[in-house]
Design a protein around this ligand. Structure first.
Ligand SMILES: [Zn+2]
Length: 394
């Protein structure tokens, strides 16, 4: 099959490093080749016929499409309460900001409502609109509830965890729970057995309890630092246990509100770029605007892009999109571009077991990519070989 598009002249970020004046060849919905120009001489299979349209991206970066494993909505739509149409609108909003793979996160609700929601979201997963479902709550600690309704929280009884997995019909990607609660470790084991990510979060666990949960099979820290005890000199708590263990990937919300830049640097320093996943934890207002919103049953006021509960003032998710997280990571946090690409695309794709299809620019993978200008502002988004944001129109 002849290639359908060629992107030329950009700095292309590959798993092996940055290629200057690189080229990405798209063949329908997949990447046919990515790398230096002229790697395939004319006449050999994979050579590009002269009439293939070439997009000149000189002065730009081409990076893999972003993968968000923790996202509650956007574009004015909630993944927890909206209709299927609303959910699709939220997904589209995040696509416009470079997120080509998204896991839909729910917030705490009653078991019946969550099971119903799981059924609806599982259909969107089957259609390929979302990569899976993340249940954040109800199995979390009342001490660290954040923007979750206290009266609907419950202990992580494995039978209840099982109910949600069944309702999700094999499309559950991750469950966030507090492992110190009764049934916590058994639930972690159950999730691990079913190939679902057990994520430690909204937790009051000690260092030792966190270690036990990791030994039981937990592999992710839900927004490290947020909704968990801080580092203490005699009580190192969950943060130390999660950062030091090679089996854990830590989620970070890099919006400048949830984390001090020094905390982000500490996480990168200890976990290394291979164990960090940037997430948005976005709510409805992401890509939409300030105003009043509902997060599950709770009312949220968004002012200057910061979402807080009307009652109590807890931070209630973010209005972040991953293009801003990327730009901030390079320009404010001064992280190397390759490390940011690892944290925003490759690592989360690996966690989802989807790295054979997405998460890097390699032949045979989905043609999901993002075009950034020299200041790391988003200029183009391609998903499955089609422009969602065309860099030539921007
Ligand atoms: Zn969340």
């Amino acid at each position: 099959m002849a290639p359908s598009k060629v992107l030329a002249g950009a700095r292309v970020v590959l798993p092996t490093g940055i290629v200057h004046d690189g080229r990405v060849i798209i063949d329908g919905p997949v990447i046919a080749d990515a790398g230096a120009p002229g790697t395939r001489p004319a006449g050999v299979p994979g050579a590009v016929p002269a009439d293939t349209p070439v997009t000149d991206l000189s002065g730009h970066w081409v990076v893999p499409g972003f993968v968000d494993i923790h996202n509650h909505g956007g574009g004015g739509a909630s993944f927890t309460s909206g209709t299927a149409e609303d959910v699709l609108r939220g997904i589209h909003t995040h696509r416009l900001h470079g997120t080509t793979t998204v896991v839909a996160s729910t917030v705490t609700g009653d078991m019946h409502g969550l099971a119903e929601r799981a059924g609806m979201l599982s259909e969107l997963a089957e259609q390929g609109d979302i990569a899976g479902i993340h249940f954040e709550g109800p199995f979390i600690s009342p001490c660290r509830k954040g923007a979750h309704s206290e009266e609907l929280l419950r202990d992580p009884d494995p039978a209840d965890v099982r109910k949600l997995l069944d309702a999700a019909r094999g499309r559950a990607s991750m469950v966030t729970l507090a492992p110190e609660l009764p049934g916590g470790l058994d639930s972690v084991r159950l999730l691990a057995e079913h190939g679902v990510i057990a994520a430690i979060g909204h937790t009051d666990a000690t260092y030792e309890q966190t270690k036990a949960a990791i030994d039981a099979g937990a592999t992710v820290a839900t927004h490290l630092f947020n909704a968990m005890p801080g580092l203490g000199h005699r009580a190192p708590g969950p943060i130390a246990a999660l950062l030091e263990d090679e089996r854990i990937t830590v989620e970070l919300i890099n919006d400048g509100t949830h984390l001090h830049p020094a905390s982000l640097e500490l996480a990168f320093h200890h976990a290394g770029s291979g164990r960090v996943a940037f997430i948005t934890d976005a709510m409805d207002a992401a890509g939409f605007g300030d105003g009043r919103y509902m997060l599950g049953p709770l009312e949220v006021e968004v002012a200057d892009g910061v979402a807080r509960l009307v009652e109590g003032g807890s931070i209630a998710g973010s209005t972040l999109t991953l293009d801003r997280a990327f730009q901030r990571a390079v320009t404010v946090d001064r992280l190397p571009v390759e490390d940011v690409v690892a944290a925003i695309s490759a690592n989360p794709a690996r966690l989802l077991g989807a790295y054979d299809r997405v998460g890097s620019l390699e032949p045979g993978k989905a043609a999901d990519l993002v075009v950034l200008d020299a200041d790391f502002a988003l200029k183009g988004v391609m998903r499955g070989g089609e422009w969602v944001v065309d860099p030539q129109l921007g």
